[in-house]
Structure formats: C-alpha cells, structure tokens
Design a protein around this ligand. Structure first.
Ligand SMILES: [Zn+2]
Ligand SMILES: [Zn+2]
Length: 239
C-alpha cells in the first residue's frame, strides 16, 4: 500500500461511480476499473469530420450541417447510457469532481497544446454562476491552473428563452443557435492563429459549428473542437 492508498482507506474515499476503494492515485475519487471505461478506444468506423459512427460507409450526421466551419474534432466517448448518467451526475447532482476527471482525460489524450488558445461554448453570466464548479467555465479554470492559455467570451451568448433544444427540429435548431450566439463587433478580426473550442456534448454539431464560424470571424485560422461526448444522431430529428 502506498501513502495515498493508506490515506484513502483512512478517509474511506470511494469511487464516485461504483463505490470501489481501489482508487487511482492521480484521481482519488475514481477506481482503476471505471477510469478504463473513459479511456477505452471507440472501436467503430467513424466519420472523419464529425466522429459519428458510419452507416454503410456514409455519415448520417454532418451532412445536415450547412457547411463545416471547424478544422478538426475530437471527443472522449460516445454518449451512451453510462455516460448520460455521468453527465447527469455532473450537471444535475453537481458532482464537481467530474470536471477534474474531464481535465485529466483531455490532458492525457494530448489533444491540448500550450501554444494554442483554449475557449468554451459560452454561457450567459447567470448560467455560469448557477452551474458553479459544474460548468465549462470551471473546466477552463482548471486548465489554466495546468498552464494552458485560456480565453473566455470571445463570442457571447445572449439571454434567451429558447432552451428546449431537444424539442426543436433540425432546421429550426440551426436558426435558433444563430440567434443565441454572436460575435461582438470589437472582436471581429481581433485575433489570429489557432484555437480549441470545448463543449460538453456534440449532438447535431450545430452549436460547435456555429461557434467555429464566429471564431473564424474573430480572426482565428484554425478551430479545433473538443467535446466530452458524441451523441448518436437522432433520426427522428431529421424531418
Ligand atoms: Zn469505480
Ligand atoms: Zn460526419
């Protein structure tokens, strides 16, 4: 037993997902089995653009975007029932340790670059206040502590009552997203170089794709999108 595991035993620390005491030394709230669920490789044949599993060699998802504005895209896992539970713990049960787990995974994947600005899909001030340590804003803060170059609110989110994204049809949803986010005039062509845009889930891609468009208008030449999860395209949404 190393020192850390003695401390964990004394404090009765357990894995937040399965209650095991066999904890990872770098993340003493997740066990050696559960971390593997997050780290396993996605084995399906995936679309090169949007990472969706291919259907007979075709991508059922990104063909619905009007144009692709991001240059590359990565995600940690496909959004299955287990990871939906994880997202629920994070957002609804305010389990902020999950944010530390995401940061650990992002860094371990070597997708981030200390010479590249990192930003997030913005919340309104009220939303980020309400979400506290369970927000992407806090993810960004944790990355900053690790020495990454971060920047918030390059483009912004308006106050909006249009929150029922899931109920809306694809076309309306794209229109709505274009009403929710905007680039302030003073940020047009203010920047240059490469940027990474982080979001929690990539569903239709409309949010990240429009974010990428605004970041290009802000002057960035290369926008990489990273999300924690990739939702499987909902065919019922297509009509
Ligand atoms: Zn566990
Ligand atoms: Zn695709």
């Amino acid at each position: 037993m190393n020192e850390r595991s003695i401390i964990n035993t004394l404090l009765d620390n357990r894995c937040i997902f399965c209650n095991s005491k066999d904890l990872l030394s770098q993340l003493p709230f997740i066990c050696n089995d559960c971390i593997q669920i997050f780290e396993q490789k996605v084995r399906e044949h995936l679309c090169q653009i949007c990472g969706h599993p291919l259907n007979n060699g075709q991508c059922p998802s990104c063909t619905h975007l009007p144009e692709i504005n991001f240059d590359s895209f990565h995600y940690i896992q496909i959004y299955n029932d287990f990871f939906k539970k994880v997202a629920y713990m994070w957002k609804k049960e305010q389990q902020h340790l999950i944010n530390h787990l995401f940061v650990y995974l992002l860094i371990n994947k070597h997708w981030l670059d200390k010479n590249r600005i990192i930003t997030i899909v913005p919340d309104t001030k009220f939303q980020s206040f309400k979400k506290g340590r369970c927000s992407l804003g806090y993810t960004l803060k944790l990355l900053q502590k690790q020495g990454y170059h971060i920047k918030q609110q390059i483009y912004k989110r308006k106050w909006s009552i249009l929150h029922h994204q899931k109920l809306k049809k694809q076309k309306n949803r794209i229109d709505e997203i274009e009403k929710i986010y905007y680039l302030p005039k003073e940020n047009i062509n203010k920047y240059s170089g490469k940027i990474t845009l982080i979001d929690d889930v990539y569903t239709s891609g409309a949010t990240a794709n429009y974010g990428a468009k605004l970041l290009k208008l802000a002057g960035f030449q290369d926008v990489e999108v990273i999300t924690f999860f990739r939702a499987i395209y909902d065919y019922s949404d297509k009509k």
